[in-house]
Ligand binder design. Sequence first.
Ligand code: GLU
Length: 311
Amino acid sequence: MLDPMQNLLEELHKKYASVTSGHPATYIPELAKANPNDFAIVVTTVEGVQYKVGDWNKSFSLQSTSKPFIYGMALEEHGRDFVHSKVGVEPTGEAFNSIMELEKKTNRPYNPMINSGAIAISSFIKGDTFPKRLESMTKVFENYQGHEVSVGKEVFESEKKTAHRNRSIAHLLRHFNVIDDRIDEALDLYFMQCSILATTSDLSMMAATLANRGAHPLTKKRALSQEYVGDVLSLMFSCGMYDSSGEWAYTVGVPAKSGVSGAIFGVVPGEFGIAVYSPPIDEKGHSIRGLRVFEELSKRCQLSIFRVTKT
Ligand code: GLU
């Protein structure tokens, strides 16, 4: 007999596989090649037990689902005071790639979960050379995934070639002294983090690592100091779903992050991590099947962190 969680995931997968609205992102040409039928849901408990359904072994680039992890890295390398002297903690209500998104008085990006904040955060990665900075960034993802990671070279090149908007954001950040002169390096580090490959099973394990207070459930290796896990989850909660963060907090109620490759992950602190992958996205950049699955999963399992009646 199947575990009730496995049963539920299979039911949701079957139900939402028939939703065919939306298209894979096209503004990064390589992402447009994704198969719109790919669909996976994985739940990973803090003990490392996984419930998987669908194409959970297919790789995709993390895109913006990488942002919380690099924000955690910046907190560890520089501490809260430095990081938040440069990047704020307020949701914007603006699109993820908005250019008009610096705080009025401070000229800081509003938060680390949108492109401007994440490009700034990437620019803080320590190291005298680009390869050293890249290596320490990659190491962070390895600790969360529990194995070596690779970068999707085609996605990286494709984004690098077409990222005029992100380039202009980076120059604006330089103008306001949020980042230093290594503008191209900051952008390359940012494109690299967005191009790190993961399967839905990996992303769910990364989420479970955050649910497990920063320690990987199976390797037990620490990916993030416990003292910063709350910072990351709190910003995921208020800003992780871009300009639908308020609606998400209301309907789903768990810290989460989405990316334009079609991935969404959520964290139920102390319990489990959840990842859904399905490339067709809506106009705000969220996986359409992903949104539906999270909404129903949250209702059926009472996942909201504000639940008061869970027995
Ligand atoms: N690399 C993408 C960009 O900068 C990430 C956007 C996203 O996933 O929301 O546009």
